[in-house]
Design a binder for this molecule. Sequence first.
Ligand code: NAI
Length: 246
Amino acid sequence: MLKGKCAVVTGAAKGIGRSIALKYAKLGANLVINYRSSEEEAISLEKELKELGVEVLVVKADISNFNDANNLILMAKERFGSVDILVNNAGITRDGLVMRMKEEDFDRVIEVNLKGVFNCIRAVTPIMVKQKSGKVINMASVVGITGNAGQLNYCAAKAGVIGMTKSLARELGSRGINVNAIAPGFIQTDMTNELGEKAKDAVMANIPLKRFGNVSDVAELAAFLASESASYITGQIISVDGGMSM
Ligand code: NAI
């Protein structure tokens, strides 16, 4: 279904990004996997992807850095000749109640989760416009829609990603480019494992499907959005959250 396509996944070494990369490879896409610090995991993912018979380029880059993000996209284009799919997945949390939130915790979350998405979009847009095709998939979050106590910085960034998704969809729709966002709920990864049992119980109480999500729940949607089956869908924010954000 994605045979021969070039897909760039940021923050791909772990969690949701890793699952998306594996899913895309199973569908035949060649992968550019970006990591910032998780080198060991990135190398083991590279091996797994190659075993699936696709080509892989591993790029170390901090996507919050404009030049790093630009190089990542240019290296993908140079290696594979096109950039067909960009998944802006990399993200961090620096949680805390607003009265205790440090300025650097606000700034860093915005730099990575919001500016980082812009950096990659800025780099890929000229390439996709020239190709007259492309799929951009941004990882938002349900809390970017609903807000969440203790995550003011993260929610602001994810709400910003939702705004960017809709703006870019409007800007690039006439160029054959689809831009959508996924809003995961509580997905079991390193990011959510940090939460205490009490906080997890409180989240579970609000999930109609009564289970936390798996990374593959998100990867399935990312695969659909990257495929031609989703060619008439753009500017949408699709929740994968067990019904949490209704
Ligand atoms: P994770 O922490 O397992 O993976 C995030 C990856 O991004 C890590 O490999 C990390 O090294 C990488 N990364 C962080 N900063 C980076 C930077 N500056 N440059 C390049 N890579 C960087 O987290 P998870 O859970 O897989 O999250 C993936 C995305 O999904 C994030 O954008 C997150 O905000 C979003 N999300 C996750 C939810 C969850 O419940 N796990 C819920 C809603 C959204």
